[in-house]
Design a protein around this ligand. Structure first.
Ligand code: SAM
Length: 198
């Protein structure tokens, strides 16, 4: 088994304060999107980590399901959840979600989860996303790193062509762009892809 498929690997990174991907707040790309688009319904955040984006989505009145198999990440998030929020934390492997949550979500948010899973599971990841979304549901993904040469990870390097291969005929591309709101070190190495379930 690849080490990244074991929650202990991630727990240790959180315990050692080595979560170098963590922005310490929501990504400005999501903030910008929420400012300009009215979302409603049930949202799922896959591999939510410390949950800054979860809180941001919840602050926009959305009912958010935050999923992570690291208990450290889930506990860090739980410690920040405002009392009145509609956040539901799910301490579980994302690949077990479809047993209970098929056709459940209007919106799935992806940021640095896809590059964290074992690359051999990428097609399975999109099977999962497809199954979790309601008809016409939206996947909002920020995919990175697009410029990594080494094969090792996490993060494992990501290719937009590969993503388009796994999503073709089932998720329609609505948008595919580099965002001016990317934080400086990620500019040009991450891309926003917005898909709608066909
Ligand atoms: C690189 S971190 C990103 C966290 C968060 N999205 C962020 O941007 O700060 C990847 C997260 O995905 C979680 N993760 C990886 N594989 C997972 C799986 N199969 N099921 C659930 N969570 C998973 C890890 O525990 C970790 O918290």
């Amino acid at each position: 088994m690849n080490k990244v498929s074991n929650p202990d690997f991630w727990d240790n990174l959180y315990i050692e304060n080595s979560a170098r991907w963590d922005l310490g707040g929501p990504t400005p790309i999501l903030k910008h999107h929420l400012k300009h688009n009215k979302l409603t319904g049930d949202v799922c955040v896959l591999g939510c980590g410390n949950g800054h984006d979860v809180i941001e989505l919840s602050n926009n009145n959305l009912s958010v399901y935050a999923v992570d198999f690291s208990i450290e990440a889930i506990n860090n998030l739980k410690n920040k959840i405002p009392q009145e929020s509609k956040i539901k934390t799910l301490h579980m492997d994302i690949f077990d979600l479809s047993k209970k949550y098929n056709d459940k979500f209007d919106f799935i948010f992806e940021y640095t989860c896809y590059c964290a899973i074992d690359p051999v599971r990428r097609e399975e990841y999109f099977d999962l996303v497809y199954n979790l979304l309601k008809p016409n549901g939206i996947l909002f993904g920020i995919f990175l790193p697009l410029d990594k040469k080494e094969e090792d990870g996490p993060p494992f390097s990501v290719s937009i062509d590969e993503i388009l291969k796994y999503t073709s005929n089932r998720l329609k591309v609505l948008k595919n762009y580099y965002s001016s709101k990317s934080i400086e070190p990620r500019k040009g190495s991450e891309k926003v892809l917005i898909f709608q379930k066909i």
